[in-house]
Design a protein around this ligand. Structure first.
Ligand code: NAD
Length: 472
């Protein structure tokens, strides 16, 4: 028999679930947020935030070493990884405590428990401390259970030799050699972080290039940087297993059809993530999944079963925190009876590699495949005064426009602060802007943002600081 009652029960307090819970509270909808681990999910605890803390600290370390050209010499710079980890943990703690406070402040109840769905209207809550279970009667269930790393045969994650991102983010000793299986986002962000601290990095990527989801010319600069920093990138590489030999891990792989052995202190397994859509009662309800196991949802985040809703990684790619939050907030409006749908035109994507890559909208080939005749505007940071002044004059901004009317279809940035520069592009595409709109918007000087304006000018043949490819 239910002993608790609510209107909405949300399973999972990650970046999909907690914004949904807060928004529901703000909108006056009775809601309970249930989480078995920590508020903030992977992003705050074991993903985006801790990784960005380590990335920014190591970037500062590299910049200090490279500052001699600017007339600055630092002697005795050294890395205290345990201390860096403590600093990182402080940031995570501040943010997760903040999330708890925000949820409570909104009026939504936060419960630390493991949820199991027993029917479309009933959820059992089990407590780690042995407290008797609660049964909640609810009108709606929101599934925001996220995703977990995929492992491959021969590489069981033990967080000692074979690490996933959580294990890599918790290292308190800089590995001498790291083999990274999977040249995607996680492998390269974390691989390059340890590379900057002195680790020798080897990347094994199954496809014919790293970072297959970003523009080829952007990914090429990251590839070049890994090699310039003493690392190795093997493409068309399939890791087949590993063994312990003389106190080291020996990774066995087929590279372009040839067997090789690579020694390592740690192996970072980063071959993708899979949705968590099973194991907590959802399968009993007959909720439809797609062929990859993601929950199918419509534009209101409704699943195939009335009263069951889903947001975040568990509903599909891209598995990004900002996508999850947007879905969670849209769903809260839907559940509050508002006329809301998820109709975002673009979901910007950022890879915090060195150099950073950020994109919004269609790639050049993607746009052509979609039937557009495109114009491309490209502006290199090598001629940006600001990029030179911060010692990071590498990379470019590329704008893809529809030749028919100049509408911005996509923007791709590789280089300094690409992660922050991309928001202007996302807004432009969301607003249906033309390259001319960006070109005629006065951008402050001297800033990196001018590169976005210059790329737009280049797309319409009106560039001032670089030669134009075609005249108007
Ligand atoms: P990913 O999909 O980015 O990359 C996995 C890579 O592994 C791919 O290039 C794939 O070709 C390769 N691969 C797969 N199987 C392989 C094998 N057996 N041998 C060699 N290579 C193999 O996955 P990820 O890096 O694990 O990241 C998981 C998810 O986390 C991503 O979907 C991403 O959206 C998210 N994430 C995002 C950010 C960010 O936005 N900055 C950061 C970290 C993670």
């Amino acid at each position: 028999m239910p002993n608790l009652k609510t209107t909405v029960l949300i399973i999972g307090a990650g970046t999909g679930g907690y914004p949904c819970a807060i928004r529901l509270g703000q909108l006056g909808v009775d809601a309970i947020l249930v989480e078995k681990a920590l508020p903030g999910g992977v992003c705050l605890n074991w993903g985006c935030i801790p990784s960005k803390a380590l990335i920014s600290a190591t970037k500062l370390y590299t910049k200090a070493q490279e500052a001699a050209d600017m007339g600055l010499e630092f002697s005795g710079a050294k890395v205290d990884l345990p201390k860096m980890q403590t600093w990182k943990a402080g940031i995570v703690n501040k943010l997760t405590t903040g999330v708890r406070g925000l949820v409570k402040g909104s009026g939504t109840q936060y419960i630390e428990a493991t949820a199991e769905i027993v029917s479309p209207k009933q959820v059992v809550l089990r407590y780690a401390d042995g407290k008797p279970d609660d049964t909640v009667e609810t009108e709606h269930i929101v599934v925001a259970t996220g995703s977990v790393p995929i492992s491959i045969p021969g590489f069981e994650i033990d967080q000692k030799r074979v690490l996933d991102s959580t294990g890599a983010l918790a290292l308190d000793k800089i590995p001498g050699e790291m083999v990274c299986i999977g040249g995607g986002v996680i492998g390269l962000e974390l691989g390059q972080t340890f590379q900057r601290l002195g680790t020798k990095l080897t990347v094994l990527e199954g496809l014919d290039r790293i970072l297959g989801t970003v523009e080829k010319d952007c990914a090429a600069l990251v590839n070049k940087q890994i090699i310039a920093d003493g690392g190795t990138v093997h493409t068309k590489a399939r890791a087949t297993g590993w063994e312990e030999r003389d106190g080291r891990a020996i990774v066995k792989a087929d590279i372009d059809g040839k067997p090789v052995e690579i020694p390592a202190d740690v192996i970072l397994l980063s071959v993708g993530r899979r949705p968590v859509a099973k194991g907590f009662g959802l399968e009993k309800l007959g909720v439809q999944l797609d062929e990859r196991g993601f929950i199918r949802v419509d534009k209101r985040q409704a699943t195939s079963v009335p009263g069951i809703w889903a947001v975040g990684d568990v509903v599909g790619q891209p598995m990004l925190a900002h996508k999850a939050s947007h879905e969670g907030e849209v769903l809260a409006e839907v559940l509050a009876g508002k006329n809301a749908i998820n109709d975002a035109r673009v979901i910007p994507n950022v890879v915090f590699t060195e150099p950073e890559i950020a994109s919004a909208g269609l790639g050049a080939q993607e746009a052509k495949d979609a039937g557009y005749t495109v114009d491309i505007g490209k502006f290199p940071f090598s001629v940006s005064g600001r990029a030179m002044a911060i010692g990071e004059a590498h990379g470019f901004v590329k704008i893809v426009t529809d030749q028919a009317d100049g509408r911005v279809l996509g923007v791709h940035i590789v280089g300094p602060e690409a992660s922050d520069l991309i928001s202007e592009a996302a807004l432009a595409i969301e607003m249906g802007a033309f390259a001319e709109d960006i070109s005629l918007t006065i951008h402050p000087h001297p800033t990196l943002g001018e590169a976005v304006m210059e790329a737009a000018k280049h797309a319409i043949g009106e560039a001032v600081h670089i030669p134009n490819r075609r005249k108007r």
